[in-house]
Design a protein around this ligand. Sequence first.
Ligand code: CTP
Ligand code: MG
Length: 335
Amino acid sequence: RMYKRQMICRRDIDSLNVPFLLMYQSLIPPDEEKVKQKQLLSLLERLVIKEWPKARLYLYGSCANSFGISKSDIDVCLAIEEAHMDKSKLIMKLADILQSDNLQNVQALIHARVPIVKLMDPMTGISCDICINNLLAVVNTKLLWDYSRIDARLRQLAFIIKHWAKSRRVNETYHGTLSSYAYVLMCINFLQQRRPAILPCLQEMKTTYSVTVDDIDCSFFDQVEKLYDFGHRNKETIAQLVWGFFYYWAYCHDYTNDVISVRTGSIISKREKNWTRRIGNDRHLICIEDPFEMSHDLGRVVDKHSIKVLREEFERAADIMQFDPNPCVKLFEPY
Ligand code: CTP
Ligand code: MG
């Protein structure tokens, strides 16, 4: 494969470790935020159970996968067996149940791609989206959480990449760029690809956790406390990994043929997935396979215009990491 630019060793690369780690620490939500989230969840639970005693509420997304930066909203999934009621009716009923003195702005958004109830808790200032029976999201949240406990560098890398993506406005799916979930999968896959590897592939290991959701078998190895020294033979530092990540997406990834796959811990081909041409709105210009919903390409939101924006941002970031005297400032300059 031809590289447009050689990755020449920058001698002072490790002087960037301290500023990156400080930045990472400043993005970690304080414990009191977690406490407030729990309080809101138990209030919701009390209200829901009064009406539906068998229903359960689960946190998913960044408030539960360990990749949440400070002041994120919380994502909640209501698990309920009400087969006779359709989703819009359930959403409206849920909004009704939650109309209480303690909550504000309860809205039922029934026409969204994923119908939700949105609300705000004035006590804690936390906003919250509640969806119904989206259990795949609950399971992929657990997978991300389990990966995050294996090697500290994953969480550090993902926070920095998410912060970069938000600063540069390439974390906006409604504008054709990638979701936070996609960026975290890219980070996991990147660390699976290092040699020696920093992360294993949990779905290729012995099954210790298994559920079936919407006919999809979700199983993986979740006894990650046995893997705490998995990445120890690899000594790469956070500065080297941030650089390597951008360099990979700027100059090494084969956008024509390759699919990033956390499920297999490797890079697989578009051809074997039949993702070689546009079908409907799925253009497959950058391919990131969902670990469980194998037919779901998280890059499907990316179009002809936004792929250019994304690749230019990857190149900008890689070049800053290589040449700029002060990458920690330049990288995150607001777009
Ligand atoms: N999700 C999914 N499929 C997608 C997008 C999201 O299953 N195409 C689920 C994942 O469980 C993900 C959650 O929805 O963890 C929230 O997605 P997202 O908002 O992208 O990520 P967050 O981790 O919540 O990030 P942010 O801090 O930006 O809110
Ligand atoms: Mg979120």
